[in-house]
Design a protein around this ligand. Structure first.
Ligand SMILES: *Cc1c(COP(=O)(O)O)cnc(C)c1O
Length: 387
């Protein structure tokens, strides 16, 4: 039995073409991009070419793009960097209720340690936020709004242009965490109307530990780190040149394959959802078929624990996630599903199946064949499932 990996929203294997692009910068061209000699210049050229390439893909100027260690760092930069810059003038922040922990936790830190006022922008039962709700929360004291582009647990895509329009021509900055959107759907900072944007490589067949942060020109945030003039002092530290070259290659490939990947994954996910909901009673799709990055399918199996289903599937060689990978181990239902108002008995039985470029219909047919047995066995033992 070949193992089946359906946890691509947690991380992905690195595309061999990306590995190949990186190797020269781990070996012969290993120089430090700050060095003035030949080795340094080679690294610097690769660094700036990559910046230009990525800027072209997200439609910004290369000078607006900063390399970071990934989504978590970029998200922290958005929240903490904005807060540090504006704390004496404005200390109100609005973050989406279904954000990643990399946004929620720095916001909680600001609330508890620095007296910031944090409001959560609600999501509806589909996981989407409304401009009307944002309008009622915005004040003259708001320095930042952060709403993710595509949700890591449900795949639901927020209408970022409609939300960011409300902070246009105000002093409030708008950030989006585009980690789960980049490479899957078009991400264009101008069309999105955002001031700040986070992205990472490892969710889309790139290496772990490399990401980028877009800061619209004219905006000055405080850095998280001090200690060098790299990245115009906004992100000091010797640049991860091989990782950056890998990130650029990752995005180039994703851009080329976007339409093909999208169509394939949309069809597979629709097939999977219809089969599982037909074969097993009391299964609910969290989120909707529309407005979703199609690789993400979040299903709730009523009356049992997602964690138990995950372990049952693992024994059958199928890797999935319950809730978000970052919260597994905790038995509380995911904050994302709670924010969507989903009943606890339903939300605690949630499983995220996240497909990828290598997923086949045969893989899904195997999962469809073993899932009823796993679910039925757990339901027979469940004190809260009565059907
Ligand atoms: C994975 C993820 C992050 C964190 O990115 P890392 O590169 O792993 O630090 C942030 N936001 C979302 C939506 C994610 O899915």
């Amino acid at each position: 039995m070949k193992p089946i990996y359906l946890d691509h929203n947690a991380t992905t294997p690195v595309d061999p073409e990306v590995v190949e692009a990186m190797i020269p910068y781990l070996t012969g061209k290993f120089g430090n991009a700050s060095s003035a000699h030949n080795y340094g210049r080679d690294a610097k050229v690769a660094l700036e070419n990559s910046r230009e390439q990525i800027a072209g893909i997200i439609n910004c100027d290369p000078s607006e793009l900063y390399f970071t260690s990934g989504g978590t760092e970029s998200d922290n930069m958005a929240v903490l960097g904005t807060a540090a810059k504006f704390k004496d003038k404005r200390n109100h922040i609005i973050v989406g209720a279904a954000e990643h922990h990399a946004i929620l936790e720095p916001a909680e830190f600001l609330e508890h340690k620095h007296g910031f006022k944090i409001d959560l922008l609600p999501v509806n039962s589909e996981g989407l936020s409304s401009p009307e709700d944002l309008k009622t929360l915005l004040t003259d004291n708001t320095c930042l709004v952060s709403v993710m582009h595509a949700n890591n647990e449900t795949g639901m895509i927020q209408d970022i242009p409609a939300l960011s329009a409300l902070t246009k021509d105000t002093k409030t900055l708008f950030h989006t965490d585009a980690v789960q959107a980049i490479g899957k759907i078009p991400v264009d900072v101008k069309k999105l109307g955002v001031d700040l944007l986070s992205l990472t490589a490892h969710k889309i067949y790139g290496p772990k530990g490399i990401g980028a942060f877009f800061i619209r020109s004219g905006i000055k945030l405080d850095p998280l780190f001090y200690g060098g003039s790299h990245e115009k002092k906004r992100r000091p530290g010797t640049e991860n040149v091989a990782g950056i070259v890998g990130l650029a290659k990752t995005l180039e490939i994703a851009q080329q394959k976007m339409d093909e990947d999208y169509k394939k994954l949309y069809d597979l996910s629709e097939y999977f959802i219809s089969r599982v909901t037909a074969d097993i009673p009391d299964v609910y799709l969290n989120g909707t078929l529309k407005n979703r990055v199609p690789q993400t399918v979040n299903l709730s199996f009523k009356g049992i624990e997602g964690e138990s289903i995950l372990l049952g599937l693992d024994l059958k060689g199928v890797a999935v996630s319950s809730g978000s990978a970052c919260t597994s181990g905790a038995t509380e239902p995911s904050h994302v599903l709670q924010a969507m108002g989903i009943d606890k008995v339903v939300s605690q039985g949630a499983i995220r199946f996240s497909m990828g470029r290598s997923t086949t219909k045969d893989d899904l047919d195997y999962v469809i064949s073993v899932l009823p047995e796993v679910v039925n066995r757990l339901r027979e033992m469940s004190p809260i499932y009565n059907q």
